[in-house]
Design a protein around this ligand. Structure first.
Ligand code: FES
Ligand SMILES: [Fe+2]
Length: 392
């Protein structure tokens, strides 16, 4: 690639076709997602032995289970006999062991196969060879992450630039505020994550956030993490929920003064985000279902606090952000529609758009076809580029 083209790449956003292309999503599954860390739940979502949370990610059913020893292990939620899904739903409880609903193979909470009906029928059979297949997991400040294959630094290493800041929020002590919600968006997953890390649109397209935080949001990009933040203004908002939030938000005893009225957003490469408010914390995860469909998986957590003002602040926060979320939905649908137009070629990125720049840079490194303005042609991934052998 010549120097001029490299410079163009640096200063331009990603091309529209990669927001719609099935082959590109297949490439992303291997090159972007397989080694990425995905959050399943918080330890306090599964406090007792046998409690579990599931994550269906890119066709892989995964379950994180609290064991008898109080540790948490993650497995593929797939029976070793005939592949039946073992546990159902987003979360639940297995009383002491996991029993397959198909032929009753029975696994201990640590994944060991412990009982098989009609065992004598299986020749040369050893229970020890058919334990559940483990998925690598890491617990970071209470959050349980999994990944399908190695290749990236640990979650702790990726978040190291912010570990002191995150430590202030005592994330280990969070309790779930509600249940996991799934919102379907008819857009490519990158469209949701781009928008999440886009500080420039806030003053234009989120009047509520502008009333609360003024015209400038901070934004910075570390190697694996983007951060945005805004300080709640004292000037009363003209909108009732916002004004009430400004008024009632009580002090959080665990936070220092300069964080009592600070909203911070972190996005971990490539698709996991944490919204960190003084009153609550949530994670959002953008899960691709198809090139143009994304599930936004989300759940809120908070420290135990029964003060009326805190309960009101949490409700008002939810109201404010529900509106923001609808505004963002409309924005990303607009963008998705435009990404399909033959007229669109990558637009320039401003100097302050550091998160979009860093995302585009990494995507171009991992999948060099993302440098091309147009799709290389149907079936390009299978025809010309076997995995790991992409041309530049
Ligand atoms: S598929 Fe699970 S016991 Fe047969
Ligand atoms: Fe937004």
């Amino acid at each position: 690639m010549d120097a001029r083209r490299a410079a163009l790449d640096e200063d331009f956003s990603l091309p529209g076709w990669i927001y719609r292309d099935a082959d590109f999503l297949r490439a992303e599954k291997e090159q972007v997602f397989a080694a990425s860390w995905q959050v399943v739940c918080h330890l306090n979502d599964i406090p007792n032995p046998g409690d579990y949370h599931t994550l269906d990610f890119l066709g892989e059913p995964i379950v994180a289970v609290r064991g008898r020893d109080a540790g948490v292990k993650a497995f593929f939620n797939v029976c070793r006999h005939r592949a039946a899904r073992l546990v159902d739903g987003g979360s639940g409880h297995c009383p002491g062991r996991i029993v397959c609903p198909y032929h009753a193979w029975t696994y201990d909470l640590d994944g060991t196969l412990s009982a098989v009906p009609h065992r004598k029928e299986f020749v040369d059979f050893s229970l020890g060879n058919f334990g559940l297949k483990a998925v690598e997991s890491e617990v970071y400040k209470g959050f349980v992450f999994v990944r399908l294959k190695p290749g990236l630094p640990s979650v702790a290493d990726m978040l190291a630039p912010y570990q002191d800041e995150l430590a202030l929020y005592r994330l280990e002590e969070l309790r779930p505020l509600g249940r996991v919600t799934m919102r379907l968006r008819h857009v490519n997953w990158k469209n949701v994550t781009d928008n999440y890390s886009d500080a420039m649109h806030i003053a234009v397209a989120h009047p509520g956030l502008s009333r609360l935080f003024g015209q400038t949001y901070g934004v910075e990009a570390e190697l694996w993490v983007d951060k945005m933040w805004g300080h709640l203004r004292d000037t009363p908002s003209s909108q009732l929920s916002e004004r009430m939030y400004q008024t009632v938000l009580p002090k959080s005893p665990h936070l220092p003064e300069d964080r009592q009225r600070l909203w911070t957003y972190f996005k971990l490469w490539p698709n996991v985000a944490f919204d960190i408010y003084p009153d609550q914390v949530d994670f959002m995860q953008m899960i691709p279902l198809s090139p143009t469909e994304t599930l936004v998986r989300e759940i809120a957590y908070a420290h135990p606090d029964e003060r009326r003002e805190m309960r009101a602040a949490r409700y008002l926060n939810w109201r404010i952000n529900r509106r923001v979320s609808l505004e963002d939905k409309a924005l990303i649908e607009r963008v998705q529609a435009g990404m399909g137009s033959r007229s669109y070629s990558p637009g320039p990125l401003g100097n302050s758009e550091v998160s979009l720049r860093s995302f585009a840079r990494r995507m171009r490194e991992l999948i060099p076809e993302s440098r091309l303005e147009c799709a290389p042609g149907a079936g390009w991934r299978t025809v010309g580029n076997p995995p790991g052998r992409h041309g530049g």
